[in-house]
Design a binder for this molecule. Structure first.
Ligand code: DGJ
Length: 378
């Protein structure tokens, strides 16, 4: 009898391992990606931190359909040794029932990213934070900290960065312009020109600059930047973080002013900085963009659409939106494009689009592969 029970248990274990994707060998973009428990990875708009030989994938843990406990919303964390098989480490940051907290259930948390700070030995998480009942109006960035990579992260505060300071690359003349929003008809040439010349920077000067879609990037000299869509999503701001990564130094740069970029994802390769972004069409995909710069602080130059596929694929970034570029540790020129194929009616079920970054004359390009092997990354 004991032998029969042992045999049945073994079969069940093997069956569940197979179901849960333990044997996953390939990246299959756009399909359900089961974690080691067999559940689709619920970490969207995310990014990856490589720490002590392990990959940690942080992303939006959206409420699964039918889930009524709103505190199951926050930042999901998964760990992996091979980038294929991911263990759910639980919520590293979760919203609270405490109605006096800005992090109360009903708020929005998007595009979380985590860095390890060598100086303090702490893990720092930043995320786009919108307040309960206010739609996307607050445009804040939130910060949380932990001694342990998987968390729980302690929520510190949310803010609009760089209050009372001008961007480093903001001409003197722009500071003094008197034109205000109500003087202009939105969408006109004049309006666009005024935005490029800092209409919203001046408007938000006192209270701090808007911070929506965001990412983090540590430069080669160790300086960290918080990169966010600002100025009503019209301009990206590259804001330097303090050396403990917990605050802003007040040094920031406007990038691609008036060009409406969201979903920034940066990497450094072949002596240049590259950035994938999207346009601004809500959850709907749009043509991807790639820009480059010799210095992180710019000037940045728009190169074009990095996608190489059918017209439909190029117009929709393979039906996805960029979120992160992972440089495969130990591989100088091996990069993975990470994007989200959003399912607005069921965000938790949104799909992960991972594709290799390839090169065409030193310009990064992305091609579709229905499945691909990490070992083939060049
Ligand atoms: C586009 C952004 O890139 C997403 O992160 C999300 O904020 C949606 N807009 C919401 O419509």
């Amino acid at each position: 009898m004991k032998k029969i029970i042992a045999a049945i248990s073994l079969c069940l274990i093997l069956f569940s391992l197979n179901l849960s994707g333990q044997t996953r060998k390939l990246i299959i973009p756009g399909e359900v990606w089961p974690d080691t428990d067999g559940n689709h990875i619920n970490a969207h708009g995310g990014g990856i931190l490589y720490y002590d030989g392990i990959y940690y994938w942080f992303g939006e843990a959206r409420l699964p359909k039918g889930e009524t406990d709103r505190t199951k919303y926050g930042v999901g964390c998964y760990s992996s040794k091979d980038l294929l098989n991911w263990k759910n480490e639980g919520l590293s940051l979760r919203v609270t029932n405490d109605t006096s907290s800005l992090l109360q259930a009903g708020c929005i948390i998007e595009r979380p990213k985590v860095l390890y700070n060598k100086k303090t030995g702490k893990f720092i998480m930043w995320f786009h934070h919108e307040l309960k009942g206010q739609g996307y109006r607050a445009a804040l960035t939130g910060v949380a900290v932990s001694d342990k990579v998987t968390g729980p992260y302690q929520y510190l505060r949310s803010l609009r960065p760089n209050a009372g300071v001008w961007p480093k690359n903001f001409p003197e003349g722009y500071k003094k312009q008197k034109v205000v929003e109500s003087d202009l008809k939105s969408g006109t040439e004049e309006w666009r020109k005024a935005i490029k010349e800092g209409l919203f920077v001046r408007r938000d000067f006192k209270g701090g600059q808007m911070a929506r879609d965001m990412t983090l990037f540590v430069d080669r000299d160790g300086t960290a930047y918080h990169i966010h869509s600002s100025e009503e999503n019209m301009t990206l701001h590259f804001s330097e973080l303090t050396d403990d990564y917990l605050d802003f130094t007040g040094k920031y740069y406007r990038v691609l002013p008036g060009e409406s970029n969201e979903a920034p994802a940066l990497f450094y390769a072949k002596g240049k900085y590259f950035m994938f972004t999207s346009g601004t069409t809500g959850w709907k995909p749009n043509p991807g963009r790639v820009s480059s710069a010799d210095e992180i602080t710019g000037p940045w130059t728009f190169i074009g659409n990095p996608c190489r596929g059918s017209v439909e694929e190029n117009n929709t970034t393979f039906s996805s939106q960029s979120t992160f570029v992972l440089q495969v540790p130990g591989r100088k020129n091996a990069f993975i494009f990470m994007g989200d194929r959003w399912i607005p009616s069921d965000l938790a079920n949104s799909r992960h689009i991972w594709l290799p970054v390839e090169w065409e004359n030193d310009t990064p390009v992305i091609k579709w592969y229905p499945e691909w092997d990490l070992r083939n990354l060049k």
